[in-house]
Design a protein around this ligand. Structure first.
Ligand code: SIN
Length: 279
């Protein structure tokens, strides 16, 4: 029997709350198909009022694919596949506090990320999301023509390389030479599920256009980073206890708002293996 789920969009561009599901139990294939459809339709979905263990979060994540273990984040004790997104009262740095897509520095970036709220600040600590379908759709035909032939170079160097400075401000990343590796992806990609085109560059991990210098790339990349974050392409999620977000890492970007200094925020994040973005 298919459980009746209710999908409530939260903005014009992307994002929907899913009600009527208890993720601590086994879900029928037909219910999973409805969740999957909502995920691809809305770019990011939010499950409300859940009480799940790391095993249950992993079990749900595995219904979408193999786990793509993050190489740089601290992990939950006993669960190497579950990353901790933690900010303590003395930290000034928060993980994800600039627009980015998770794992775009990998040749095969993660399909999606599931973020479950464990400890929330009294207020603040929202997450913003932006639709890269909407960003693509709003580009002029001349800009699309120019971008269509371009590829961009992505790397985790600035965030996770040996010279990254975030750990000085409280991050506990495993900094590594492996983060210096560079990969290329098309700037305009076509989503394998929806067939829609999306813009695929992000401020966190895109360094330059392929075969160009950083200086040459900077003006156009800067335009695209600002364009991608236009308010009408975004939604903002105000976390409540028991909420879990699940976003598509190809056609969305996200930004964790760092406005709760002196308080603790702890989330459990699982990333799921995906497919390489295609033009
Ligand atoms: C992330 O960038 O994956 C974390 C987002 C958040 O903590 O809201």
């Amino acid at each position: 029997m298919t459980r009746q789920i209710e999908v409530r969009p939260i903005s014009g561009a992307l994002g929907a709350e899913i009600h009527g599901l208890d993720l601590s139990g086994e879900l029928e294939n037909s219910t999973m198909a409805a969740v999957r459809q909502a995920f691809f339709d809305h770019g990011v979905v939010f499950f409300m009022d859940q009480q799940i263990t790391p095993e249950q979060q992993l079990g749900f994540a595995r219904r979408f694919g193999e786990i793509d273990v993050n190489r740089y984040f601290p992990t939950v004790d006993g669960y190497p596949e579950v990353a901790e997104v933690r900010k303590e009262p003395d930290d000034s740095y928060n993980i994800g506090g600039s627009w980015h897509t998770d794992h775009s520095y990998d040749a095969t970036p993660a399909l999606g990320s599931m973020l479950y709220a464990k400890t929330l600040p009294e207020r603040g600590g929202d997450t913003m999301f932006a639709s890269m379908y909407a960003a693509y759709d709003a580009l002029s035909s001349g800009m699309v023509d120019m971008l269509s032939g371009l590829r961009a170079v992505h790397s985790g160097a600035r965030a996770f390389g040996p010279k990254a400075t975030s750990n000085d401000r409280g991050a506990k990343f495993k900094l590594s030479e492996t983060a210096l590796a560079e990969v290329e992806h098309p700037v305009i990609c076509t989503h394998a599920e929806s067939g829609r085109k999306y813009l695929y560059v992000n401020r966190g991990f895109t360094l330059r256009f392929a075969n160009m210098t950083e200086d040459e790339s900077k003006p156009l990349l800067e335009f695209l980073f600002q364009h991608a974050a236009r308010p009408e392409f975004t939604c903002r999620f105000n976390w409540r206890p028991g909420a879990m977000a699940f976003w598509d890492n190809l056609c969305t970007q996200h930004f964790a708002v760092n406005d709760y200094h002196g308080q603790t925020r702890l989330m459990h994040r699982i990333t799921i293996q995906g497919r390489a973005p295609q033009a």
